[in-house]
Design a protein. Sequence first.
Length: 501
Amino acid sequence: MCTDEIHGDESGIGRRALLVTGTAAALTLTTMSFASAADGSQSTKTLKGTLPPGAPDFVYLPVEVPRGVREIKVAYTYAKATVPAGTQNNALDIGIFDERGTELGGQGFRGWSGGARTEFFVRADDATPGYIPGPVRAGTWHIALGPYTVAPEGLPYEVTVTLTHGPTGETPRPSYPPERARGRGRAWYRGDCHLHSWYSDGRRTPAEIGALARAAGLDFINTSDHNTHAAQAHWADVAGDDLLVMLGEEVTTRNGHVVALGTDPGTFVDWRYRARDNRWAKYADRIRRAGGLVVPAHPHATCIGCGWKFGFGEADAVEVWNGPYTPDDEISLADWDNTLVAYARSGRRRGWLPAMGNSDAHRDPDRIGGPQTVVLADDLTRTAIQEGIKAGRSYVAENKDVQVSFTATGGKGEVAGLGERLAVDPDAPVTVRLEVSGAPGCTLHIVTDQGTLFTTSEPTATWRTTASYAAYVRAEVRHAPTVPGLPGALAAFTNPVFLGA
Protein backbone atom coordinates (compact mmCIF):
# COMPACT_ATOMS: atom_id res chain seq x y z
CA MET A 1 0.00 0.00 0.00
CA CYS A 2 1.18 3.49 -0.87
CA THR A 3 0.27 6.20 1.69
CA ASP A 4 0.70 9.98 1.43
CA GLU A 5 -0.36 12.90 3.61
CA ILE A 6 -1.14 16.40 2.32
CA HIS A 7 -1.40 19.47 4.52
CA GLY A 8 -3.11 22.76 3.86
CA ASP A 9 -1.62 26.19 4.47
CA GLU A 10 -2.12 28.26 7.65
CA SER A 11 -5.78 28.82 6.79
CA GLY A 12 -6.16 25.06 6.39
CA ILE A 13 -7.45 25.37 2.85
CA GLY A 14 -4.25 24.67 0.94
CA ARG A 15 -3.77 25.99 -2.59
CA ARG A 16 -7.32 26.87 -3.45
CA ALA A 17 -9.60 28.58 -5.94
CA LEU A 18 -12.94 30.26 -5.36
CA LEU A 19 -15.30 29.24 -8.15
CA VAL A 20 -18.34 31.45 -8.68
CA THR A 21 -21.29 30.50 -10.87
CA GLY A 22 -24.05 33.11 -10.84
CA THR A 23 -24.46 33.86 -7.15
CA ALA A 24 -23.37 30.46 -5.83
CA ALA A 25 -19.81 30.10 -4.53
CA ALA A 26 -17.79 26.97 -3.93
CA LEU A 27 -14.26 26.45 -2.64
CA THR A 28 -11.88 24.02 -4.36
CA LEU A 29 -9.09 22.44 -2.29
CA THR A 30 -5.67 21.13 -3.34
CA THR A 31 -5.96 18.33 -5.90
CA MET A 32 -5.19 14.84 -4.62
CA SER A 33 -3.47 12.89 -7.45
CA PHE A 34 -2.98 9.13 -7.72
CA ALA A 35 -0.86 7.11 -10.14
CA SER A 36 -1.67 3.76 -11.69
CA ALA A 37 -0.69 0.70 -9.68
CA ALA A 38 -0.73 -3.08 -9.84
CA ASP A 39 -4.02 -4.96 -9.64
CA GLY A 40 -4.94 -5.84 -6.07
CA SER A 41 -2.86 -3.04 -4.56
CA GLN A 42 -4.17 0.00 -2.69
CA SER A 43 -3.09 3.64 -2.69
CA THR A 44 -4.00 6.01 0.14
CA LYS A 45 -3.66 9.76 0.61
CA THR A 46 -4.85 12.06 3.38
CA LEU A 47 -5.62 15.78 3.35
CA LYS A 48 -5.72 17.74 6.61
CA GLY A 49 -6.83 21.31 7.06
CA THR A 50 -9.17 23.75 8.77
CA LEU A 51 -12.17 25.46 7.25
CA PRO A 52 -12.66 29.00 8.54
CA PRO A 53 -15.92 30.61 9.70
CA GLY A 54 -17.74 31.91 6.66
CA ALA A 55 -16.63 29.01 4.45
CA PRO A 56 -18.90 28.44 1.43
CA ASP A 57 -21.72 25.93 1.68
CA PHE A 58 -19.74 23.42 -0.40
CA VAL A 59 -16.01 22.74 -0.51
CA TYR A 60 -14.69 20.37 -3.20
CA LEU A 61 -11.63 18.16 -2.95
CA PRO A 62 -10.53 17.09 -6.47
CA VAL A 63 -9.20 13.54 -6.72
CA GLU A 64 -7.34 12.49 -9.86
CA VAL A 65 -8.29 8.85 -10.42
CA PRO A 66 -6.13 6.83 -12.84
CA ARG A 67 -7.29 3.99 -15.06
CA GLY A 68 -7.69 0.54 -13.56
CA VAL A 69 -9.36 1.48 -10.27
CA ARG A 70 -11.88 -0.98 -8.86
CA GLU A 71 -13.04 0.95 -5.78
CA ILE A 72 -12.78 4.38 -4.21
CA LYS A 73 -13.14 4.59 -0.43
CA VAL A 74 -13.35 7.82 1.54
CA ALA A 75 -13.09 8.31 5.30
CA TYR A 76 -13.21 11.61 7.13
CA THR A 77 -13.11 13.11 10.59
CA TYR A 78 -13.52 16.59 11.98
CA ALA A 79 -13.12 18.15 15.40
CA LYS A 80 -15.83 19.59 17.55
CA ALA A 81 -14.99 22.79 19.41
CA THR A 82 -15.61 24.04 22.92
CA VAL A 83 -18.18 26.77 22.42
CA PRO A 84 -20.40 28.82 24.75
CA ALA A 85 -24.08 27.92 24.99
CA GLY A 86 -26.00 29.19 21.96
CA THR A 87 -22.92 29.22 19.70
CA GLN A 88 -22.88 26.93 16.67
CA ASN A 89 -20.47 24.02 16.86
CA ASN A 90 -18.83 22.25 13.95
CA ALA A 91 -20.81 19.97 11.66
CA LEU A 92 -19.47 18.71 8.33
CA ASP A 93 -21.40 16.78 5.67
CA ILE A 94 -19.87 14.71 2.87
CA GLY A 95 -20.63 13.22 -0.56
CA ILE A 96 -18.96 12.56 -3.90
CA PHE A 97 -19.20 13.39 -7.62
CA ASP A 98 -17.54 11.37 -10.34
CA GLU A 99 -15.48 12.41 -13.38
CA ARG A 100 -18.56 13.95 -15.02
CA GLY A 101 -18.21 16.95 -12.71
CA THR A 102 -19.99 18.95 -10.02
CA GLU A 103 -22.19 21.11 -12.24
CA LEU A 104 -25.56 21.87 -10.66
CA GLY A 105 -28.11 19.42 -11.98
CA GLY A 106 -25.40 17.54 -13.89
CA GLN A 107 -24.71 13.84 -14.25
CA GLY A 108 -21.77 13.54 -11.85
CA PHE A 109 -23.60 12.88 -8.58
CA ARG A 110 -22.57 9.53 -7.02
CA GLY A 111 -23.83 9.87 -3.47
CA TRP A 112 -24.35 11.84 -0.30
CA SER A 113 -24.48 10.81 3.34
CA GLY A 114 -24.57 14.22 4.94
CA GLY A 115 -23.27 13.78 8.47
CA ALA A 116 -24.70 10.28 8.92
CA ARG A 117 -21.48 8.34 8.10
CA THR A 118 -17.76 8.76 8.63
CA GLU A 119 -16.76 6.67 5.60
CA PHE A 120 -18.15 5.29 2.34
CA PHE A 121 -17.09 3.37 -0.75
CA VAL A 122 -18.19 3.23 -4.39
CA ARG A 123 -17.48 0.47 -6.87
CA ALA A 124 -19.25 -1.04 -9.85
CA ASP A 125 -21.09 -3.83 -8.08
CA ASP A 126 -21.88 -2.15 -4.76
CA ALA A 127 -21.76 1.07 -2.75
CA THR A 128 -22.37 2.30 0.77
CA PRO A 129 -26.07 3.12 1.39
CA GLY A 130 -26.67 6.61 0.04
CA TYR A 131 -24.20 6.11 -2.83
CA ILE A 132 -24.68 4.92 -6.42
CA PRO A 133 -22.92 1.77 -7.62
CA GLY A 134 -21.10 2.07 -10.93
CA PRO A 135 -17.64 1.93 -12.49
CA VAL A 136 -14.86 4.03 -11.00
CA ARG A 137 -13.79 5.65 -14.25
CA ALA A 138 -10.58 7.59 -14.77
CA GLY A 139 -10.72 11.36 -14.41
CA THR A 140 -11.17 14.04 -11.78
CA TRP A 141 -13.61 13.04 -9.08
CA HIS A 142 -14.69 15.50 -6.39
CA ILE A 143 -15.33 14.82 -2.74
CA ALA A 144 -17.96 17.32 -1.62
CA LEU A 145 -17.64 18.67 1.90
CA GLY A 146 -20.57 20.61 3.31
CA PRO A 147 -19.64 22.74 6.33
CA TYR A 148 -23.14 22.85 7.79
CA THR A 149 -21.99 24.94 10.76
CA VAL A 150 -18.52 26.23 11.67
CA ALA A 151 -17.38 27.23 15.17
CA PRO A 152 -15.69 30.64 15.62
CA GLU A 153 -12.19 29.04 15.77
CA GLY A 154 -12.75 27.05 12.59
CA LEU A 155 -13.45 23.46 11.57
CA PRO A 156 -10.41 21.12 11.53
CA TYR A 157 -10.95 18.20 9.15
CA GLU A 158 -9.09 15.20 7.76
CA VAL A 159 -10.07 13.33 4.57
CA THR A 160 -8.49 10.00 3.61
CA VAL A 161 -8.96 8.53 0.14
CA THR A 162 -8.06 4.92 -0.66
CA LEU A 163 -8.10 3.53 -4.18
CA THR A 164 -8.17 -0.22 -4.79
CA HIS A 165 -6.67 -1.12 -8.15
CA GLY A 166 -8.02 -3.93 -10.28
CA PRO A 167 -10.68 -4.94 -12.78
CA THR A 168 -14.13 -3.48 -12.34
CA GLY A 169 -17.17 -5.57 -11.43
CA GLU A 170 -20.60 -5.65 -13.01
CA THR A 171 -23.13 -2.98 -12.05
CA PRO A 172 -26.50 -4.45 -10.99
CA ARG A 173 -29.56 -3.48 -12.97
CA PRO A 174 -31.88 -1.46 -10.71
CA SER A 175 -35.34 -2.82 -9.93
CA TYR A 176 -38.06 -0.37 -8.91
CA PRO A 177 -41.44 -0.88 -7.22
CA PRO A 178 -44.58 -0.87 -9.39
CA GLU A 179 -46.71 2.27 -9.67
CA ARG A 180 -49.88 0.42 -8.74
CA ALA A 181 -51.10 -1.68 -5.82
CA ARG A 182 -54.38 -3.53 -5.38
CA GLY A 183 -56.79 -0.75 -4.49
CA ARG A 184 -60.47 -0.55 -3.65
CA GLY A 185 -61.47 1.73 -6.48
CA ARG A 186 -62.46 5.23 -5.39
CA ALA A 187 -61.80 5.15 -1.67
CA TRP A 188 -59.89 6.74 1.20
CA TYR A 189 -56.24 5.65 1.28
CA ARG A 190 -53.78 6.32 4.10
CA GLY A 191 -50.17 7.27 3.51
CA ASP A 192 -46.94 8.67 4.92
CA CYS A 193 -44.85 10.53 2.36
CA HIS A 194 -41.87 11.67 4.44
CA LEU A 195 -39.69 8.78 5.64
CA HIS A 196 -35.96 8.17 6.06
CA SER A 197 -34.09 4.91 5.70
CA TRP A 198 -30.46 3.94 6.27
CA TYR A 199 -29.81 5.28 2.76
CA SER A 200 -29.52 8.74 4.38
CA ASP A 201 -29.67 9.53 8.11
CA GLY A 202 -32.34 7.01 9.06
CA ARG A 203 -31.60 3.79 10.95
CA ARG A 204 -34.24 1.51 9.43
CA THR A 205 -33.96 -0.69 6.38
CA PRO A 206 -36.61 -0.49 3.66
CA ALA A 207 -37.95 -3.86 4.84
CA GLU A 208 -38.33 -2.58 8.40
CA ILE A 209 -40.09 0.55 7.16
CA GLY A 210 -42.46 -1.52 5.06
CA ALA A 211 -43.42 -3.71 8.02
CA LEU A 212 -44.03 -0.67 10.24
CA ALA A 213 -46.04 1.04 7.49
CA ARG A 214 -48.34 -1.96 7.20
CA ALA A 215 -48.72 -2.09 11.00
CA ALA A 216 -49.68 1.59 10.95
CA GLY A 217 -52.53 0.84 8.53
CA LEU A 218 -50.91 2.62 5.60
CA ASP A 219 -51.80 1.98 1.98
CA PHE A 220 -48.95 4.02 0.48
CA ILE A 221 -45.61 5.55 1.37
CA ASN A 222 -43.09 7.78 -0.39
CA THR A 223 -39.32 7.37 -0.04
CA SER A 224 -37.63 10.66 0.89
CA ASP A 225 -34.00 10.20 1.86
CA HIS A 226 -31.94 13.38 2.08
CA ASN A 227 -30.27 14.53 -1.13
CA THR A 228 -29.87 11.14 -2.76
CA HIS A 229 -31.86 8.79 -4.93
CA ALA A 230 -29.68 5.81 -3.99
CA ALA A 231 -32.48 4.12 -2.03
CA GLN A 232 -34.91 4.02 -4.92
CA ALA A 233 -33.60 0.75 -6.36
CA HIS A 234 -34.06 -1.05 -3.03
CA TRP A 235 -37.83 -0.85 -2.49
CA ALA A 236 -39.18 -3.34 -5.04
CA ASP A 237 -39.30 -6.17 -2.49
CA VAL A 238 -41.09 -3.95 0.04
CA ALA A 239 -43.99 -3.02 -2.23
CA GLY A 240 -46.93 -5.38 -2.63
CA ASP A 241 -50.59 -5.61 -3.44
CA ASP A 242 -51.31 -4.03 -0.04
CA LEU A 243 -48.66 -1.26 -0.11
CA LEU A 244 -47.88 1.26 -2.84
CA VAL A 245 -44.29 2.52 -2.63
CA MET A 246 -43.72 5.83 -4.40
CA LEU A 247 -40.21 7.18 -4.99
CA GLY A 248 -38.84 10.57 -4.07
CA GLU A 249 -36.21 12.58 -2.22
CA GLU A 250 -36.08 15.15 0.55
CA VAL A 251 -34.28 17.98 -1.19
CA THR A 252 -32.39 19.43 1.79
CA THR A 253 -31.08 22.92 1.05
CA ARG A 254 -29.62 25.45 3.48
CA ASN A 255 -32.84 27.49 3.21
CA GLY A 256 -35.41 24.78 3.77
CA HIS A 257 -36.40 21.24 2.83
CA VAL A 258 -38.86 20.00 0.21
CA VAL A 259 -40.28 16.54 -0.40
CA ALA A 260 -40.17 15.46 -4.04
CA LEU A 261 -43.22 13.20 -3.92
CA GLY A 262 -43.68 10.38 -6.42
CA THR A 263 -40.97 11.11 -8.99
CA ASP A 264 -39.93 8.78 -11.81
CA PRO A 265 -37.49 6.01 -10.81
CA GLY A 266 -33.88 7.17 -10.73
CA THR A 267 -34.72 10.88 -10.44
CA PHE A 268 -32.09 12.99 -8.66
CA VAL A 269 -32.89 16.56 -7.63
CA ASP A 270 -29.96 18.83 -6.79
CA TRP A 271 -29.98 20.81 -3.54
CA ARG A 272 -26.85 22.99 -3.71
CA TYR A 273 -28.42 26.46 -3.77
CA ARG A 274 -30.02 29.02 -1.51
CA ALA A 275 -33.09 31.21 -1.98
CA ARG A 276 -30.92 34.17 -3.01
CA ASP A 277 -29.51 32.17 -5.94
CA ASN A 278 -32.85 32.22 -7.81
CA ARG A 279 -32.51 28.57 -8.83
CA TRP A 280 -35.44 27.05 -6.98
CA ALA A 281 -37.97 27.37 -9.82
CA LYS A 282 -35.68 25.30 -12.07
CA TYR A 283 -35.51 22.43 -9.59
CA ALA A 284 -39.19 22.58 -8.71
CA ASP A 285 -39.79 22.18 -12.44
CA ARG A 286 -37.34 19.26 -12.43
CA ILE A 287 -39.55 17.53 -9.83
CA ARG A 288 -42.72 18.13 -11.83
CA ARG A 289 -41.15 17.04 -15.14
CA ALA A 290 -40.23 13.79 -13.40
CA GLY A 291 -43.88 13.28 -12.51
CA GLY A 292 -43.58 14.37 -8.88
CA LEU A 293 -45.27 16.82 -6.54
CA VAL A 294 -43.43 19.69 -4.86
CA VAL A 295 -44.16 19.67 -1.10
CA PRO A 296 -42.24 22.05 1.20
CA ALA A 297 -41.56 20.17 4.44
CA HIS A 298 -41.88 21.43 8.04
CA PRO A 299 -41.73 25.08 6.86
CA HIS A 300 -41.42 26.53 10.38
CA ALA A 301 -39.10 23.93 11.89
CA THR A 302 -36.46 25.46 14.16
CA CYS A 303 -33.45 23.31 13.18
CA ILE A 304 -30.64 25.15 11.38
CA GLY A 305 -31.42 25.44 7.67
CA CYS A 306 -34.90 23.92 8.04
CA GLY A 307 -37.06 27.05 7.80
CA TRP A 308 -38.61 27.41 4.33
CA LYS A 309 -37.41 30.60 2.57
CA PHE A 310 -38.30 29.91 -1.08
CA GLY A 311 -41.96 30.95 -0.95
CA PHE A 312 -44.89 28.77 -1.97
CA GLY A 313 -45.41 29.84 -5.57
CA GLU A 314 -43.92 26.57 -6.85
CA ALA A 315 -45.58 24.27 -4.30
CA ASP A 316 -48.24 21.66 -5.09
CA ALA A 317 -49.00 21.07 -1.39
CA VAL A 318 -47.38 21.90 1.94
CA GLU A 319 -46.47 19.70 4.88
CA VAL A 320 -48.27 21.42 7.76
CA TRP A 321 -47.93 18.63 10.34
CA ASN A 322 -44.55 16.90 10.71
CA GLY A 323 -44.08 14.13 13.29
CA PRO A 324 -45.32 14.58 16.88
CA TYR A 325 -47.42 17.74 17.06
CA THR A 326 -45.30 20.62 18.38
CA PRO A 327 -45.49 24.45 18.47
CA ASP A 328 -43.83 24.80 15.05
CA ASP A 329 -46.65 22.68 13.59
CA GLU A 330 -49.17 25.03 15.19
CA ILE A 331 -47.38 27.94 13.50
CA SER A 332 -47.38 26.08 10.17
CA LEU A 333 -51.10 25.40 10.52
CA ALA A 334 -51.85 29.06 11.21
CA ASP A 335 -49.63 30.20 8.36
CA TRP A 336 -51.33 27.77 5.97
CA ASP A 337 -54.76 28.98 7.09
CA ASN A 338 -53.66 32.53 6.25
CA THR A 339 -52.97 31.39 2.67
CA LEU A 340 -56.52 30.04 2.51
CA VAL A 341 -57.90 33.36 3.73
CA ALA A 342 -55.92 35.28 1.11
CA TYR A 343 -57.05 32.89 -1.62
CA ALA A 344 -60.72 32.96 -0.57
CA ARG A 345 -60.83 36.75 -0.49
CA SER A 346 -58.98 37.16 -3.79
CA GLY A 347 -61.93 36.04 -5.89
CA ARG A 348 -59.74 33.42 -7.64
CA ARG A 349 -61.09 29.94 -8.22
CA ARG A 350 -57.75 28.16 -8.61
CA GLY A 351 -54.39 28.20 -6.92
CA TRP A 352 -55.03 27.39 -3.28
CA LEU A 353 -52.43 25.26 -1.49
CA PRO A 354 -53.55 21.92 0.02
CA ALA A 355 -52.02 20.68 3.27
CA MET A 356 -50.72 17.29 4.29
CA GLY A 357 -49.00 15.63 7.25
CA ASN A 358 -46.20 13.06 7.49
CA SER A 359 -44.12 11.38 10.17
CA ASP A 360 -40.56 12.32 9.04
CA ALA A 361 -39.61 9.11 10.88
CA HIS A 362 -35.89 8.28 11.08
CA ARG A 363 -35.40 5.67 13.80
CA ASP A 364 -36.95 4.17 16.92
CA PRO A 365 -39.02 5.47 18.62
CA ASP A 366 -40.17 7.64 15.65
CA ARG A 367 -43.63 6.41 14.71
CA ILE A 368 -44.27 5.74 11.03
CA GLY A 369 -47.76 6.89 10.12
CA GLY A 370 -47.80 9.45 12.90
CA PRO A 371 -49.33 11.51 11.40
CA GLN A 372 -50.71 10.16 8.11
CA THR A 373 -52.49 11.79 5.19
CA VAL A 374 -55.81 10.19 4.25
CA VAL A 375 -56.53 10.76 0.55
CA LEU A 376 -59.69 10.24 -1.48
CA ALA A 377 -58.31 8.72 -4.70
CA ASP A 378 -59.76 6.87 -7.67
CA ASP A 379 -57.41 3.92 -7.05
CA LEU A 380 -54.22 2.95 -5.26
CA THR A 381 -51.82 4.16 -7.94
CA ARG A 382 -49.08 6.75 -8.00
CA THR A 383 -51.07 9.04 -10.31
CA ALA A 384 -54.36 8.73 -8.46
CA ILE A 385 -52.80 9.39 -5.04
CA GLN A 386 -50.92 12.41 -6.40
CA GLU A 387 -54.11 13.78 -7.95
CA GLY A 388 -55.95 13.44 -4.64
CA ILE A 389 -53.17 15.21 -2.72
CA LYS A 390 -52.90 18.02 -5.25
CA ALA A 391 -56.68 18.52 -5.27
CA GLY A 392 -56.82 18.67 -1.47
CA ARG A 393 -59.19 15.71 -1.21
CA SER A 394 -57.58 14.71 2.05
CA TYR A 395 -57.31 15.06 5.78
CA VAL A 396 -54.49 14.39 8.25
CA ALA A 397 -54.89 12.00 11.19
CA GLU A 398 -52.56 11.15 14.04
CA ASN A 399 -53.04 7.39 13.56
CA LYS A 400 -55.03 4.74 11.72
CA ASP A 401 -57.87 4.81 14.26
CA VAL A 402 -58.93 8.40 13.52
CA GLN A 403 -61.56 8.72 10.79
CA VAL A 404 -63.10 11.98 9.66
CA SER A 405 -66.10 12.76 7.44
CA PHE A 406 -66.66 16.39 6.51
CA THR A 407 -69.16 17.75 3.97
CA ALA A 408 -71.08 20.90 3.09
CA THR A 409 -74.61 20.67 1.68
CA GLY A 410 -76.61 23.39 -0.07
CA GLY A 411 -80.32 24.05 0.27
CA LYS A 412 -81.06 22.22 -2.99
CA GLY A 413 -79.16 19.10 -1.94
CA GLU A 414 -75.83 19.97 -3.55
CA VAL A 415 -72.92 18.35 -1.69
CA ALA A 416 -69.21 19.19 -1.64
CA GLY A 417 -66.40 17.35 0.12
CA LEU A 418 -62.81 18.12 1.02
CA GLY A 419 -60.96 20.15 -1.58
CA GLU A 420 -64.16 20.91 -3.46
CA ARG A 421 -66.36 23.98 -3.93
CA LEU A 422 -70.04 24.15 -3.04
CA ALA A 423 -71.45 26.45 -5.71
CA VAL A 424 -74.25 28.34 -3.94
CA ASP A 425 -75.53 31.90 -3.88
CA PRO A 426 -74.05 34.14 -1.16
CA ASP A 427 -77.09 33.98 1.11
CA ALA A 428 -78.23 30.44 0.35
CA PRO A 429 -78.27 28.16 3.41
CA VAL A 430 -75.34 25.75 3.81
CA THR A 431 -75.23 22.88 6.28
CA VAL A 432 -71.81 21.69 7.39
CA ARG A 433 -71.56 18.22 8.92
CA LEU A 434 -68.55 16.76 10.71
CA GLU A 435 -68.27 13.20 12.02
CA VAL A 436 -65.20 11.86 13.85
CA SER A 437 -64.38 8.43 15.26
CA GLY A 438 -61.28 7.05 16.94
CA ALA A 439 -60.49 10.26 18.82
CA PRO A 440 -62.01 9.92 22.31
CA GLY A 441 -61.89 12.95 24.55
CA CYS A 442 -61.21 15.34 21.68
CA THR A 443 -63.09 18.49 20.73
CA LEU A 444 -64.34 19.23 17.22
CA HIS A 445 -63.77 22.66 15.70
CA ILE A 446 -65.17 24.19 12.52
CA VAL A 447 -62.83 26.86 11.19
CA THR A 448 -63.54 29.48 8.51
CA ASP A 449 -61.86 32.56 7.09
CA GLN A 450 -63.40 34.34 10.10
CA GLY A 451 -61.66 31.99 12.55
CA THR A 452 -63.04 29.16 14.69
CA LEU A 453 -66.81 29.59 14.77
CA PHE A 454 -68.10 26.33 16.23
CA THR A 455 -66.79 23.88 18.84
CA THR A 456 -68.25 20.77 20.41
CA SER A 457 -67.08 17.84 22.51
CA GLU A 458 -69.54 15.51 20.76
CA PRO A 459 -68.31 13.11 18.04
CA THR A 460 -70.58 14.75 15.47
CA ALA A 461 -71.26 18.37 14.66
CA THR A 462 -73.79 20.16 12.46
CA TRP A 463 -73.39 23.86 11.75
CA ARG A 464 -75.30 26.15 9.42
CA THR A 465 -73.90 29.11 7.58
CA THR A 466 -73.88 30.95 4.23
CA ALA A 467 -71.20 31.64 1.65
CA SER A 468 -71.38 35.34 2.46
CA TYR A 469 -70.43 34.56 6.08
CA ALA A 470 -67.89 31.78 5.51
CA ALA A 471 -65.80 31.67 2.34
CA TYR A 472 -64.55 28.21 3.33
CA VAL A 473 -65.00 25.69 6.11
CA ARG A 474 -62.54 23.17 7.45
CA ALA A 475 -62.28 20.99 10.55
CA GLU A 476 -59.83 20.51 13.40
CA VAL A 477 -60.00 17.71 15.98
CA ARG A 478 -57.99 18.55 19.08
CA HIS A 479 -56.93 16.87 22.29
CA ALA A 480 -57.49 18.62 25.61
CA PRO A 481 -54.99 21.45 26.20
CA THR A 482 -51.99 20.63 28.38
CA VAL A 483 -51.12 24.31 28.86
CA PRO A 484 -53.92 26.67 29.95
CA GLY A 485 -54.74 29.24 27.29
CA LEU A 486 -53.14 27.29 24.45
CA PRO A 487 -54.90 24.98 22.00
CA GLY A 488 -54.60 21.25 22.44
CA ALA A 489 -52.53 19.17 20.04
CA LEU A 490 -54.21 18.03 16.86
CA ALA A 491 -55.69 14.58 16.46
CA ALA A 492 -56.77 15.45 12.91
CA PHE A 493 -57.44 18.34 10.55
CA THR A 494 -58.98 18.60 7.11
CA ASN A 495 -58.42 20.51 3.94
CA PRO A 496 -61.18 23.05 3.27
CA VAL A 497 -64.49 23.02 1.48
CA PHE A 498 -64.97 26.34 -0.35
CA LEU A 499 -68.36 28.02 -0.43
CA GLY A 500 -69.77 30.28 -3.12
CA ALA A 501 -70.33 30.37 -6.86
